[in-house]
Design a protein around this ligand. Structure first.
Ligand code: 3EB
Length: 307
């Protein structure tokens, strides 16, 4: 007997998971057990709702256990995931991980990174040398990018706090060329002055892949300075202005999907939610997380994918 299920499971048209990232109450190493790539990232406290990102494809998926890096790919796109365990110094381990990721993306042909997420435990804490953990992370990442393409290879990214788990990294890469974009309102992050750390952050404000536009985590930074310190309403408005500046037109806010909003202080979620529900269309997929952000004075950061 044939039913509607035959339609959705017809070979070649079924939607398969490339991989699943769960934002939940614990972090874990990536897993390819059961033939699917999954990773848990510790972003929610007890009582907060979990969120999940499922990256899907209509093409056959291969899943690979590459040691500490696990990945899944479909011939066009690959999702890589790995974790650096909690440590009191990160730069060397982060440099090694990114170097390994660049080697793997080159070896598999998925050379074009178009979106990276990095969730960093105790992101505003100090490492064993008194360097802020985020700056320690940036140092290792920048050293790896210095030897693998420099700013021209830097994709859209998110770098925010996690509630535990060391540093969890996942990234999307593809075979076809992509285009990395900057925001005219902001100094490119890879040109931030030295006062923000020994090496600047390695990311682009957005990356265009075909018809998709992947927006980095976007905050209330104008030039290279944080604006509206201490004022979450002002920072949220300014972050939304920066998001709009990355889109072709403000009306394009309606095309954003997979929106994630990171808020430093739980008491600010209500104001941020109010502004986001007004800015984005009804029914938009928005997840809110209460986590630290990579500059101590940032209160809110917003990301999304336009297609
Ligand atoms: C900023 O604009 C805010 O280190 O990968 C946003 C997105 C930020 C990505 C990263 C950092 C990163 O500088 C912080």
């Amino acid at each position: 007997m044939r039913g509607p299920a035959d339609v959705v499971t017809r070979p070649g048209t079924a939607t398969r998971a490339l991989g699943t990232i769960r934002y939940t109450g614990r972090s874990g190493d990536p897993s390819v057990a059961s033939g699917a790539l999954t990773m848990d990232v510790h972003l929610t406290a007890p009582g907060e709702p979990d969120a999940v990102d499922v990256w899907t494809t209509s093409r056959p998926v291969s899943v690979v256990d590459g040691g500490r890096v696990k990945y899944a790919h479909d011939g066009e796109v690959a999702l890589f995931a790995a974790r650096v365990p909690r440590s009191d110094r990160y730069a060397d381990a982060v440099e090694r991980l990114y170097t390994e990721l660049f080697a793997l993306t080159a070896a598999t042909g998925y050379r074009e990174l178009f979106r990276v997420w990095q969730y960093v435990e105790d992101v505003n804490g100090l490492n064993a040398d008194g360097l802020e953990v985020y700056q320690d992370f940036c140092l290792g990442r920048a050293r790896a990018f210095d030897r693998h393409g420099g700013p021209a290879a830097m994709p859209a990214a998110t770098g925010v706090g996690a509630l535990g788990g060391g540093i969890s990294v996942h990234l999307l890469a593809c075979r076809e060329p992509v285009r990395h974009l900057e925001n005219p309102r902001q100094v490119p992050a890879y040109h931030y002055p030295r006062r923000y750390g020994p090496k600047p952050p390695s990311f682009a404000r957005a990356t265009r892949r075909g018809d998709e536009l992947h927006l980095s985590g976007t905050a209330a930074i104008v030039g290279h300075r944080t604006v509206f310190p201490g004022d979450v309403a002002g920072q949220c408005r300014e972050a939304l202005r920066n998001v709009e500046a990355l889109l072709d037109a403000p009306a394009d806010l309606a095309g954003l999907d997979r929106i994630k909003v990171y808020v430093r202080r739980a008491e600010d979620v209500e104001e941020v939610r109010r502004q986001c529900l007004r800015a984005f269309p009804a029914g938009a997929d928005i997840a809110f997380f209460v986590v630290d952000l990579c500059r101590p004075d940032l209160l809110v950061e917003i990301e999304g994918t336009w297609s």
